[in-house]
Design a protein around this ligand. Structure first.
Ligand code: PLP
Length: 441
């Protein structure tokens, strides 16, 4: 298939007949034509675009259109798609077998690399998805404390395990209301929801349920309601409150881990969680995730301790090889500095384009994560994120897509930048985004 790079300023994709046909066909066998809901474009309208290949900074659809990608497979592709060094490590691993169901050295090698970046954590358990990592960390916290309740924040996403799929109610001590049918209501009631960036809400909740909260689970930078940075002192207050109430602090760094800095956001903020959940980047594009903590906590997990947790494909040798090769690239001097520079440059261009075209846009970046919201003020919590102009984001999304820029199909998602976003790609993407702002009218 021949692919072409669009000149975003003045060339627009009018139709994608092959993608449309593929979507019609997919809908006859796959639920909604997809295997993960956000891929269906429900938040932005239109038909999903079927991908033929991904390489470096670009995605090529099955009609042959090439796009500059800011989704990066929802985070893992931090060194660019199909990075030759990662592919070489994967090929080498594949040649030695796909899965052993027994220990292999690649697991220990990746464990050592990750633990070397997480001071205060000395044991890790690999699983296959971020959902599993968060679910298992919560089970461990309940076992370690002998308590049942957990606190999470409205607008934070921790995968789709029942206890975590609980929406916000308003007020500090609102008992959980399930976000999805099918969730056991008794279980949902064990999840308490607080406002993000509101330490007072957490303080009241812990006081109201004194001695009953096993863990506070938080995205240290929220990336599932756009990009919402922690307010000054918020994470420090969580650490302090958890320590005072005998509650474990769990950082869900599935998204931020090795994406915002070597070692994740905890390396930036200097706060030590009791447990950390990881995923995305540590699998280098293959299914791998993990939870980690200090030895006395992690040793409660089977086979050393009684907390059961297992996985047929956990620590899969091919995924471990992809993760290790990816982290080796991330560990090179200057990696995160240049990733952050590329993100900041994109943010600067977006601000200029929004100002030039008269659209109120809030945008910021941390490491390789960018947030873009159509709003008058920077969102601080889920209420603010919901109040952003999501219809306008939907129109912007399509205007960008038609000009060759592949954005996440929802205003609630962060954008991801990779090492493959060099100055030329950034400049090309930004001129297409500028044209997309212009097209909003
Ligand atoms: N935690 C966070 C912060 C996430 O962003 C995600 C997924 O986007 C998850 C957990 C769940 O990870 P997975 O989709 O691998 O189950």
């Amino acid at each position: 298939m021949n692919s072409r790079v669009l000149n975003g300023a003045n060339e627009v994709i009018a139709r994608r007949p092959a993608s449309e046909a593929a979507d019609r066909r997919a809908n006859r066998s796959l639920v909604g034509g997809v295997n993960s809901p956000v891929r269906a474009f429900g938040a932005v309208g239109g038909r999903p675009v079927a991908v033929a290949r991904a390489d470096g900074v670009s995605i090529t659809d099955i009609d042959g259109n090439r796009y500059i990608d800011f989704v990066g497979s929802w985070g893992p592709a931090i060194v660019g798609h199909a990075n030759p060094r990662v592919l070489e490590a994967v090929h080498d691993a594949v040649d030695r077998g796909l899965s052993f169901g027994a220990p292999c050295e690649a697991e220990t090698e990746l464990a050592e690399t990750i633990l070397g970046a997480l001071p205060g954590h000395d044991r890790i358990r690999f699983v296959s998805s971020g959902t599993e990592a968060c679910m298992s960390a919560v089970r461990l916290a309940r076992a370690a404390t002998g308590r049942d309740l957990i606190v999470k924040f409205a607008g934070n996403y921790h995968g789709h395990a029942d206890a975590m799929l609980v929406e916000a109610g308003s007020g500090a001590i609102t008992h959980g209301v399930p976000t999805s049918p099918g969730i056991n209501k008794e279980l949902a009631r064990s999840t308490l929801t607080c406002r993000y960036n509101d330490a007072e809400d957490v303080s009241e909740t812990l006081r109201a349920h004194e001695g009953r909260v096993a863990a506070v689970l938080v995205e240290p930078v929220a990336g599932n309601m756009g990009l919402v940075a922690p307010a000054d002192g918020f994470l420090e207050a969580l650490r302090d409150l958890c320590s005072r109430h005998g509650t474990l602090l769990i950082f869900d760094e599935v998204m931020t881990g090795f994406r915002v800095a070597w070692g994740g956001y905890q390396a930036i903020c200097g706060i030590q969680p009791d447990l950390t959940c990881l995923g995305k980047v540590i699998g280098g594009g293959l299914p791998a995730a993990a939870y980690a903590g200090r030895r006395e906590l992690m040793d409660l997990v089977a086979p050393v301790g009684p907390v059961y947790q297992a996985g047929t494909l956990s620590g899969n040798p091919v995924a471990m090889a992809a993760g290790r090769a990816t982290l080796e690239i991330c560990q090179q001097p200057g990696f995160y500095e240049s990733l952050s520079r590329a993100s900041a440059e994109i943010v600067r261009h977006i601000r200029e384009s929004a100002a030039r075209t008269g659209h109120a846009v809030q945008t910021d970046s941390i490491g390789g994560m960018i947030g873009v919201s159509f709003a008058q003020r920077p969102p601080r919590n889920f209420e603010d994120a919901k109040a952003c102009d999501h219809d306008k984001f939907g129109r912007f999304f399509h205007a960008a897509l038609d000009r060759g820029v592949w954005l996440p199909p929802s205003g609630y998602e962060a954008w991801f930048v990779s090492a493959a976003h060099g100055p030329e790609e950034v400049s090309q993407a930004c001129s297409a985004l500028d044209a997309a702002f212009g097209a909003l009218g």
